[in-house]
Design a binder for this molecule. Structure first.
Ligand SMILES: *Cc1c(COP(=O)(O)O)cnc(C)c1O
Length: 372
């Protein structure tokens, strides 16, 4: 199905930067630079500079970044890690696959972990907090970092959705031991396939991640130091991501402009709640533009019928899937979110006309009368 307003439009995005991408492709291919070459090093340096950390290590996915970070933090059997109840499943899977136990905490009105509820989840076995900066908004890191200090916990940031977002002027990924990044195609910085990275200021963690991503092998000496994985970022993908990273500042501004347009058009329409949370400490990048309404399912149907592609993140909380073996202590906000949220198209390929089209259809759905 071809949508009037698709959720994302990777083909259009490619055409916006075609010359640069094609040049990068030809350079990599004609030189045969496939594994761990200059393009990967350059991207890692540029990513670290953008985030504001000393090191970046390119990986195969955001999941790998989380998993390796768990191992770097020493998480293993018997260790508890605090994670939000409302996140992508990979956050919890990384803890489980490292041998640890995720302890879930409900989220607040801004969809991020409710910092008021963290302390009651801390036990003598708690080793780490894994806050997720969801939808392009950093968690309230002041409280999280002071709780971590007080209880001697490691902080690993799942920053997969928040490249460029800030809290108190500091970028996502600069607070914890590591920042974990995903360059899955539809992330704010997306490759042409799965990609990810760890950023850190700790040289030992950076070194450990470099070993683990390539079978535990030190590439200089050929010696093996760990039972590792095969989860290196491909050199070709690094070259593409480096091109896109140059556009990121302007693309973040574009996302913010689209968010403002949605805000102007949808403010006080029906019972919609918009993702603008007035608190000057936060500067969001709008990975997702999530709105909330009691008529979610009807609105989604109406928009799909009118050729607007909508996604729901997520229609069922991950901990309710039996196969994951997680305990459900009851998370009222996460459950309410699963019934009430929808994500509107939000990407740099959108034209102003397309954004206006979405706004018009939503106004129509709610009977156009603004409840001012
Ligand atoms: C995308 C995402 C991940 C996983 O990233 P992949 O690259 O798909 O493995 C983890 N956590 C969050 C919050 C994400 O949005």
């Amino acid at each position: 199905m071809v949508y009037e307003v698709p959720f994302v439009d990777p083909g259009k995005n490619y055409k916006m930067i075609k010359d640069e991408i094609d040049t990068a492709y030809q350079e990599v291919m004609t030189r045969g630079d496939l594994i761990m070459r200059d393009q990967l090093k350059a991207f890692e340096e540029n990513l670290a500079r953008f985030v504001g950390t000393k090191y970046a290590v390119g990986l195969n996915s955001g999941y790998d970044a989380l998993h390796i970070s768990m191992l770097a933090a020493g998480i293993g059997p018997g260790d508890e890690v605090i994670v939000p109840a409302h996140t992508f499943v990979a956050t919890a899977s990384a803890v489980v696959n490292a041998g640890g136990t995720p302890v879930l905490v409900d989220v607040g009105k801004d969809y991020n972990i409710d910092v008021e509820k963290i302390e009651e989840a801390i036990t003598p076995r708690t080793k780490a907090i894994l806050p997720v900066h969801l939808n392009g908004r950093v968690c309230e890191m002041e409280t999280i970092m002071s709780l971590a200090e007080e209880h001697d916990l490691v902080v690993i940031e799942d920053a997969c959705q928040s490249l460029g977002a800030t809290f108190n002027g500091r970028r996502a990924g600069t607070f914890g031991l590591t920042g974990c990044w995903s360059f899955y195609p539809f992330k704010i910085l997306g490759g042409y396939g799965d990609n990810g990275a760890i950023t850190t200021d700790d040289p030992e963690v950076a070194k450990y991640a470099r070993l683990l991503r390539y079978n535990g092998e030190d590439k200089e000496t050929g010696a093996y130091y760990h039972h590792g994985f095969t989860c290196l970022m491909d050199n070709l993908q690094a070259a593409f991501l480096d091109v896109k990273l140059r556009h990121l500042p302007e693309w973040i501004e574009r996302r913010r402009a689209i968010a403002e347009r949605y805000r102007d058009g949808l403010n006080r329409v029906g019972d919609l709640t918009l993702p603008h949370f007035s608190d000057p400490r936060f500067e969001d990048v709008y990975q997702n533009y999530v709105v909330r309404t009691s008529q979610r399912d009807e609105l989604v149907k109406y928009l799909e019928k009118n050729s607007v592609e909508i996604l729901i993140h997520w229609p069922k909380p991950y901990y309710q899937y039996e196969g994951l073996g997680l305990s459900d202590r009851g998370f009222p906000e996460t459950e309410a979110i699963s019934k009430e949220v929808l994500s509107l198209p939000m990407n740099v390929e959108l034209s102003d006309e397309q954004v206006e089209y979405v706004i018009k259809r939503i106004q129509e759905f709610f009977g156009s009368s603004r409840l001012r």
